[in-house]
Design a protein around this ligand. Structure first.
Ligand code: F6P
Ligand code: MG
Length: 467
């Protein structure tokens, strides 16, 4: 395995500093100071809840292990909030730990509020996993499952709406085959589908349009889509379309972000790519351990399928608006979608392919040096779509780039690889590149510097064609 050395990082990492938890004006600081203690406390709470359901006698070993996990997590919370040094992780916990320790040594024993945000946040989630992975009874326990699940249950309205909308599109494709659609209508359809996946990463989906086949052919369709794109402050969807429109029967990769509604929206994008024939197969890249609270693991994909397969029971008692899923149209649309996904998965046209690289602390500029076999795999793809905020931070190295820096410059050595890279990201962190001069300043004035960068109401869609 290639070691993480100062020479290697000089070659692969951005020439400007990383965002650092020590910068009190940054969102990095805010999240380390305010958000992480809450997240860590949620893990403790989750373990307590599970312990409460165990039997003192029968489950004595599981109880002892659970109590040990709580002690370890509490200590992590104490160390983090008291700005103690980050310590080496036990390398017997996995092959990926060596790189964490090598980078920690290069950072010269940093403390929690004097360390790059990206490294320390990944280190936090990786450390949490070590507490579970070496137990007998808790190794497959996902302490975030409960919150992922309840968030998904509460998004049932959006799920139904999107399922109905997709069903309508499929029906329309039956009467108006894709091959006969005008180039313009196809382009608008791409813009709509890509935005479903993009805004699936946000909390606010109000910016989405819902267009029929006729709308796509008409000016109103273009107007609605243009309006919905107003909050995309850097938008390369058209350039991505220039490449995608000529891809027939290709391979498209989605480097996933969150479980639940976002995964649902990403599957809609995948299905559109398959049904229209642009893709012959779509590869989904989930995380192989619980990560950043809401990220997708392979178990979450299975969970989504089974939740939708019994949607009436699953969503039924979970919210205020019980009529929504009782609605026959909504139910039929969900049945249709999950049936289609199960078929596509069984036929090997939707493939789930985790890789340990996605849960390292590495910015993606290091991909070529540190995960060459993953690069070899991704090279086979016609388009690699990176979803969400964390993937974006890793793409651009989570560095203090001036916002006018081009996406190509910010992705550094990744731009040298023969990959087509498309980032679909709603803004939830400090870093932002690819903006026209003056845009960041006017957003700062109008909304406040941290607000527009982090509230998930603005987005960037950035594309680089390395092929
Ligand atoms: O804002 C805190 C944070 O955990 C960031 O560190 C991270 O980039 C983001 O939330 C997660 O967002 P997403 O799920 O879109 O990657
Ligand atoms: Mg996430």
């Amino acid at each position: 395995m290639v070691s993480v050395t100062a020479e290697l990082l000089k070659e692969t990492d951005p020439p400007v500093p990383f965002y650092n938890n020590g910068d009190k004006t940054s969102f990095a600081h805010k999240s380390a100071a305010e958000r992480w203690p809450v997240i860590i406390a949620q893990v403790v709470d989750d373990v307590h809840r599970r312990l409460a359901a165990l039997d003192d006698e029968k489950d004595a070993e599981a109880i002892a292990e659970g109590q040990k996990i709580i002690t370890q997590v509490d200590k992590l919370k104490y160390d983090e909030s008291r700005d103690r040094p980050l310590t080496r992780l036990d390398e017997s916990f996995g092959d990926d730990i060596t790189a964490y320790n090598e980078e920690l040594a290069l950072l010269q024993s940093p403390s929690w509020f004097n360390v790059p945000w990206l490294y320390s946040e990944c280190y936090l989630y990786r450390t949490l996993r070590t507490f579970f992975s070496h137990t007998r009874h808790w190794q497959s326990h996902d302490p975030f499952l409960r919150s992922k699940d309840s968030t998904f249950r509460s998004s049932r309205r959006a799920v139904v709406e999107l399922a109905v909308r997709y069903e309508k599109l499929v029906d329309e494709l039956k009467t108006h085959p894709y091959a006969e659609m005008s180039e313009r209508a196809r382009r608008l359809l791409w813009l709509e589908m890509a935005q479903i996946s993009l805004w699936g990463n946000a909390t606010d989906l109000s910016l989405l349009t819902s267009l029929s086949y006729d709308d796509l052919q008409k000016l109103q369709g273009a107007e609605a889509i243009a309006k919905s794109q107003e909050n995309i402050i850097s938008n390369d969807l058209e350039s991505a379309w220039s490449a995608l429109k000529d891809v027939q029967g290709g391979r498209i990769d989605l480097v996933l972000d969150n479980a639940g509604f976002e995964l649902f929206a990403d599957l809609v994008l995948a299905t559109y790519l398959l049904e229209t024939g642009h893709a012959d197969h779509v590869i989904l890249h989930p995380k192989d351990i619980p990560w950043f609270v809401s990220d997708v693991t392979p178990a979450d994909v299975a969970h989504l399928f089974s939740a939708l397969a019994s949607h009436t029971t699953y969503f039924g008692g979970g919210g205020k608006d019980e009529n929504a899923v009782e609605d026959a149209k909504g139910a039929a649309a969900m049945d249709h979608l999950v049936g289609r996904w199960t078929e596509l998965y069984a036929d090997g046209r939707i493939v789930i392919r985790p890789h340990p690289f996605w849960t390292t602390a590495h910015p993606f500029g290091r991909l070529g040096k540190l995960a060459p076999e993953l690069v070899d795999d991704l090279k086979e793809s016609d388009l690699v779509v990176f979803k969400g905020d964390l993937n974006y931070r890793k793409l651009v190295g989570d560095a203090v780039w001036p916002p006018e820096t081009s996406f190509k410059t910010a992705i550094g050595s990744l731009a040298q690889l023969p990959l087509r890279v498309l980032a679909l990201r709603t803004c939830k962190a400090d870093v932002c590149v690819g903006l026209q001069p003056g845009i960041a300043e006017s957003l700062d004035d109008k909304h406040g510097r941290l607000t527009w960068r982090t509230n998930g109401k603005f987005a960037v869609v950035q594309y680089h064609d390395g092929k």
